[in-house]
Design a protein around this ligand. Structure first.
Ligand SMILES: [Zn+2]
Length: 202
């Protein structure tokens, strides 16, 4: 097999959810694609590292030319209601429902010492800073996935809010757990709406 093709197969097989056979198929698909497609593909890959940045406020993803995401810079959004999610795709899934006017905070991880993810790896400090800068009547909505890591993460947030004397101003709620797909990212709109409507104080 030519070295370049072998290299392509190797690099594709490092991607998650790719089996050996699918790595081969994808490599041959690319080999047989036209020049234009390959160029677009290569430049999209490069751009992902240079043209995507994090929102300075909520850590969502933005064009690197912007400081704030569309949600944080939208003045009609309720800044006192912050939904906390683990990943950007969770935010996208909730936003697709199209009926919420709150803002978000993305942690990007959940606490998981066995996977070497510790408190300092998550965007907690910026969250507490945001809470400090808001007035009364703040609600944070924990849009948590049903696993042990999120249990630890939710408990940590609750304890820190108390420790930092924010509990008088901040109400913590948590979405109800009956999202049938288990994870927010895979949930349908109705499940999202119901689990958010059915949120309870935590
Ligand atoms: Zn933002």
């Amino acid at each position: 097999m030519p070295e370049a093709l072998k290299q392509l197969i190797n690099i594709i097989s490092l991607l998650p959810w790719i089996w050996e056979k699918s790595a081969n198929r994808l490599a041959f698909f690319l080999l047989n694609s036209n020049e234009n497609y390959i160029e677009n593909f290569a430049s999209s890959l490069k751009n992902i590292k240079t043209k995507v940045a994090n929102c300075k406020n909520c850590h969502s993803l933005v064009d690197s030319s912007k400081e704030l995401c569309n949600i944080c810079s939208n003045s009609s959004r309720n800044k006192n209601q912050i939904t906390i999610v683990e990943e950007y795709l969770d935010l996208i899934t909730i936003e697709q429902v199209g009926i919420f006017d709150w803002v978000y905070h993305i942690l990007w991880w959940a606490i998981s010492p066995i996977n070497w993810v510790f408190i300092w790896d998550l965007n907690f400090e910026s969250l507490f800073e945001r809470l400090f800068n808001l007035d009364e009547n703040i609600e944070i909505i924990l849009a948590t996935n049903p696993n042990i890591e999120w249990e630890a993460t939710a408990t940590y947030i609750k304890e820190e809010i108390k420790k930092r004397w924010l509990n008088k101003r901040v109400k913590i709620t948590r979405i109800s757990r009956w999202i049938s797909a288990g994870y927010i990212e895979y949930a349908d709109n109705i499940s999202i709406i119901n689990s958010i409507k059915g949120r309870v104080e935590f």
